[in-house]
Design a protein around this ligand. Structure first.
Ligand code: ASP
Ligand code: MG
Length: 415
């Protein structure tokens, strides 16, 4: 007997028929002799619709009330799924995040989990019940309801798996697993059998939307064995674990891309200590995330530097607003760029992987505007127009093409 945490994303429980399918799937697992704790997301586009409704009434709704509203989406799912399981003749019980014991820090909209006290879950498991927990929610020590941020139900599942010492945490979604790249762009993308936490973390942070980065972080930290698989078929999914046993010669496991990149350059800044802190401090204060930062050579006591952001206009406005404190000659920006990244644990031990990437991209007649690297990743910022060709060429160059076209389910479960 194993203890499973099974998480179903919004599209997997998007309508009555899908709910029933999920209920059957859970019952089958129990029939195999396992214990099941289920985590659900809100049905389909429910969360987006709730946000739209709020915006109609108040474009800047109080964060506390947003959390009160958003948590209802998952509560609908948990109750309906529990009913569907009862209809199949099994005992199920649903719990909100706080009933399940999720204690969070007192922050609305992006609370971190402080502690999980899974007493009620344990008691219900001991009674042979199937437990259904509402995703992405918890409660502060003061009794206020919080959410974990968009896509946070993955984190609920992983954190719960760690807290109750589950054998496996299965993330059911609408694709068959983690792919070498987005199958909508490269038709012969391959499904990976396994991938390491670190590679997955890079891919998830780089925009592969199947798993929430925080959930991967949590899984790595607590050594939770993760499986990403489809709720629409019985295909084996992708296992995410400590060390993926690398097939010989596999250096790059995946290619990710981010289509929403802008480059901002500040030219002619005086080269004095504290300048970078001033610029990035101002951006951070406005909540603007900066990704790649490049400082070029200093001439006559003046430096130029560039960085990438996703919010171009806001970032430019911030830089312009500090011109008095930070004299510079000019600020320029370039929008509609993309960041293409190759990820692979094998890069650590194989020199020349980045050079090959630059070569492949240049053979597509595309120039590279910026580069950044980590131990297991190389990213290039390029013009957005040639993205598909570049990804296809890289996919082939790193031997990632499947023999045959893979079947991919519906649209990717984005949240
Ligand atoms: N329902 C929430 C969202 O759409 C949380 C989740 O699905 O993970 O972001
Ligand atoms: Mg999701």
């Amino acid at each position: 007997m194993s203890l499973y945490v099974m998480k179903f994303g919004g599209s997997s429980v998007g309508n009555t028929e899908r709910m029933q399918r999920v209920a059957r799937r859970i019952v089958e697992k129990q029939d195999e002799g396992h214990q099941c704790v289920v985590v659900v997301s809100a049905m389909g586009d429910t969360t987006d619709e709730l946000i739209d409704q709020a915006m109609l009434l108040n474009p800047e709704p109080p964060a506390r009330e947003m959390d009160m509203l958003m948590t209802t989406g998952e509560q609908i799912s948990m109750a309906l799924l529990s009913m569907a399981i009862h209809q199949l003749g099994r005992e199920a019980v649903s719990f909100t995040g706080w009933q399940a014991g999720f204690r969070t820090e007192p922050v609305h909209g992006k609370a971190r989990i402080m502690d999980i006290i899974p007493d009620r879950i344990q008691a219900a498991l001991d009674q042979g019940k199937i437990i259904v927990v509402a995703g992405f929610q918890g409660m502060t020590p003061d009794g206020e309801i919080t959410t974990f941020g968009r896509g946070g139900s993955d984190t609920t599942a992983v954190a719960l798996a760690a807290a109750i010492n589950a054998d496996v945490c299965e993330i059911y979604t609408d694709v068959d697993g983690i792919y070498s790249t987005d199958p909508r762009v490269v038709k012969c993308a391959t499904k990976l059998k396994e991938i390491s936490y670190d590679e997955m973390l890079e891919l998830a942070s780089l925009g592969a939307a199947v798993l929430h980065p925080r959930a991967v972080e949590y899984a790595k930290h607590n050594s939770v064995r993760l499986v990403v698989r489809s709720s629409f078929n019985n295909n084996e999914g992708t296992v995410v674990k400590e060390e993926a046993s690398m097939e010989q010669g596999v250096v790059v496991s995946g290619i990710a891309f981010d289509k929403n990149v802008a480059r901002i350059s500040i030219l002619g800044v005086s080269d004095t200590p504290g300048v970078l802190a001033q610029v990035f401090g101002a951006l951070a204060k406005e909540g603007i995330n900066v990704d790649i930062i490049v400082q070029s050579g200093v001439k006559n006591g003046e430096a130029d530097f560039s960085f990438t952001v996703s919010e171009c206009d806001r970032a430019v406005a911030v830089i312009e607003s500090i011109k008095d404190q930070l004299p510079y000659r000019e600020v320029t920006s370039e929008d509609h760029l993309v960041k293409v990244s190759i990820v692979g644990a094998g890069m650590i031990s194989h020199p020349g992987v980045a050079a090959q990437m630059f070569d492949v991209i240049s053979k597509q007649g595309v120039s590279i505007k910026m580069v950044s690297t980590s131990e297991i990743k190389t990213s290039c910022v390029i013009d957005g127009n040639n993205l598909d060709e570049v990804i296809k060429a890289l996919h082939t160059a790193y031997n990632l093409d499947a023999e045959q076209q893979v079947f991919v389910g519906g649209p990717q479960d984005r949240r």
